[in-house]
Design a protein. Structure first.
Length: 227
């Protein structure tokens, strides 16, 4: 919990170090300095040697014009980036599918981060969400964001027809509509940061099932990247 970060995060980092592991991307609920625990969370992460964290999503109010809301988000993020610079942290904002999620279209994230150094603010490019929202246009979106990559998130999905309409179902990597050609473009980008595999198709499964799923998806990702 954010309010317990000073007590609990050091324990996690130390436990990982005992197994020669580190925090490549810290998930967080941070998206502006006005939140009660933002500064404490970021200063603790920096002190522990964590270099990168995923920010919380912004959401649009679709009863209002979108462009002024992007400018409001920019003002909040500008203050946050100043702290990133001070602490040597990189904030990464994940593109995410959703009717009212800032970043679902990719171009709106670009409008936000294009004027900041990638060391301070970058995108966590999620190919699953980029494909859901962009369809065949994902190569254009990836091309746009190549200079701004901070991390890569990998998972897969299929569209399903339901009585109420179409919805998205998460599936193991390689069994859905994410194009393996993404791996080729990723290699060509010369990106050197973390690639994070997300298993979101298991609900209520135990640790063993999740570890098995992660190993399977990791093998698929390595096959794509080595191909």
């Amino acid at each position: 919990l954010p309010e317990r970060v000073e007590e609990d995060l050091p324990k996690l980092v130390e436990a990982l170090r005992q197994h020669d592991l580190e925090v490549g991307v810290m998930a967080s609920s941070v998206h502006h300095l006005g939140q009660p625990d933002t500064e404490k969370v970021l200063r603790t992460a920096s002190r522990l040697g964590i270099k990168r964290y995923r920010m919380k999503y912004f959401r649009y109010d679709l009863s209002r014009p979108v462009l002024p809301q992007i400018e409001q988000i920019r003002a909040q993020v500008t203050d946050l980036v100043a702290m990133h610079r001070e602490l040597g942290l990189q904030g990464v904002y994940q593109n995410h599918a959703g009717a009212n999620v800032f970043g679902c279209a990719i171009w709106d994230i670009y409008q936000l981060i294009k004027d900041f150094a990638v060391e301070d603010l970058a995108i966590a490019f999620d190919i699953r969400h980029a494909t859901v929202e962009g369809g065949l246009a994902w190569p254009v979106h990836f091309n746009l964001m190549r200079p701004h990559l901070g991390s890569i998130f990998v998972k897969d999905f299929v569209w399903q027809r339901q009585p109420s309409g179409w919805n998205v179902k998460n599936v193991p990597l390689g069994e859905g509509q994410v194009d393996p050609a993404f791996a080729t473009q990723l290699k060509q980008s010369a990106f050197q940061g973390p690639v994070s595999i997300h298993v979101e198709y298991l609900h209520g499964a135990g640790v063993a099932a999740n570890v098995t799923a992660l190993k399977r998806d990791l093998a698929t990702a390595r096959k794509w990247l080595d191909g």
